[in-house]
Design a protein around this ligand. Structure first.
Ligand SMILES: *Cc1c(COP(=O)(O)O)cnc(C)c1O
Length: 383
């Protein structure tokens, strides 16, 4: 065992917003002392929505309290409810299944593509029944789901398409931004996401004006925004914070630069790792179309050994996700017995995410890549 030559490189850095600390404090001061004393759904939220909307060329953007809330509001606005089924990936984060269960519908788990790690369109198609109301593919880690095929499936079977693009803000596929392929898409601004912030928030992105109107009502107790205390629908409290809206609007100017740095880091890793597949460490392909850069994940035959090897050399890593969704106690009642999701199970066993954030230095990157390469060569896939 060698001693670390550098201080530990954290997976979740403590200084993610350091560069913008002064801007954040000033935003708190300005909004906190403004005569209007408006802290939710005010002019800053409206401006943030407009700026995102322009950037995406979308019909509407509706800010709400989280990515999970965004999915919930859309499912609700789409009229998904008891008796309906929504096809979701078997591998991914809990909200993919929990949002469906929480509106009274049933999540139907489809296996994933072994390389993209996103829902396999053929597996999803095989699960469509007369009760299926929507498809909900999610972009994962650093690769977008096969949205052209999901769009085609949704059209052919007359289903709603909800694109869980919570992690993929900034990614594009065939020139079309992540979040713009579904009837609606969502982004999450929880701190670790590509446009993360120091708080909770999310948006719904859609060209469907009716859907947007319904989501707008649902995020604020079913009111229509002009007349308070007239409740058209049973809604939620899913409002957006004015301080965060002003802060994100300020940070929008630097988003492309940060996204480009994330892409460069991912490309560097993928270039260094391109020849490791035969040695038991598979990496995503070098960048470009259909990529997003939320988390950089390798699949390692000896995941725990790689994780320990990195830790011994001062590199923090993280497992997203150690279990498939149907294997979670919470979702097991919705998973048919005797069904297997072999690609999802394999990804859950092998995935390991490496540090990926814009202020990683080139020296840190090189150390991380050297450490992974050394492990692969030492073990030759057969430890
Ligand atoms: C983060 C995430 C969400 C939920 O976003 P929150 O803002 O944390 O609620 C939903 N789907 C996916 C794929 C995510 O990664």
């Amino acid at each position: 065992m060698t001693t670390p030559t550098t201080a530990t490189i954290p997976f979740f850095p403590a200084d993610l917003f350091e560069e913008e600390r002064d801007a954040l404090l000033e935003t708190v001061r300005v909004i906190g002392t403004a005569a209007s004393q408006r802290f939710i759904l005010g002019e800053h939220t409206a401006r943030f929505e407009r700026e995102l909307c322009d950037r995406l060329g979308a019909g509407d953007v509706v800010a709400c309290s989280s990515g999970t809330a965004a999915l919930t509001l859309v499912l609700n606005a789409m009229g998904v409810g008891p008796g309906d089924e929504v096809v979701v990936p078997a591998f991914g984060c809990a909200p993919l299944a929990a949002t469906v269960v929480n509106i009274g519908a049933r999540p139907v788990f489809a296996d994933i593509d072994p390389v993209r790690l996103t829902m396999d369109p053929a597996a999803a198609e095989a699960l469509i029944t007369p009760r299926t109301k929507a498809l909900m593919p999610a972009h994962m880690f650093s690769t977008m789901a096969d949205m052209p095929r999901f769009r085609e499936l949704a059209d052919r079977y007359d289903l709603r398409l909800l694109e869980d693009s919570a992690v993929a803000q900034g990614g594009t596929l065939l020139g079309r931004p992540a979040g713009r392929w579904g009837d609606a898409g969502v982004y999450s601004f929880v701190q670790v996401k590509t446009f993360g912030m120091p708080g909770e928030g999310g948006v719904v992105v859609t060209d469907d004006a009716d859907l947007a109107t319904r989501v707008r009502m649902l995020r604020n107790h079913g009111q229509d925004g002009t007349r308070r205390f007239v409740h058209h629908r049973i809604g939620h409290n899913s409002r957006f914070d004015e301080v965060m809206a002003a802060f994100q609007t300020h940070r929008l100017a630097g988003l492309d630069r940060r996204l480009a740095r994330r892409a460069d880091i991912a490309d560097y890793y993928s270039t260094r790792f391109a020849s490791l597949a035969a040695l038991g460490v598979s990496a995503p392909p070098v960048g470009g179309d259909g990529r997003c850069h939320y988390v950089y994940t390798v699949l390692a035959t000896h995941r725990e050994a790689l994780r320990a090897h990195l830790a011994e050399r001062g590199v923090d890593s993280h497992v997203y996700y150690p279990r498939t969704l149907p294997a979670q106690p919470a979702f097991a009642p919705h998973a048919p017995r005797d069904t297997h999701w072999p690609n999802a199970a394999s990804a859950a066993r092998r995935n390991l995410a490496l540090p990926l954030y814009p202020h990683l230095s080139d020296i840190q990157l090189e150390h991380i890549a050297d450490t992974v390469c050394a492990f692969a060569h030492e073990t030759r896939g057969a430890r």
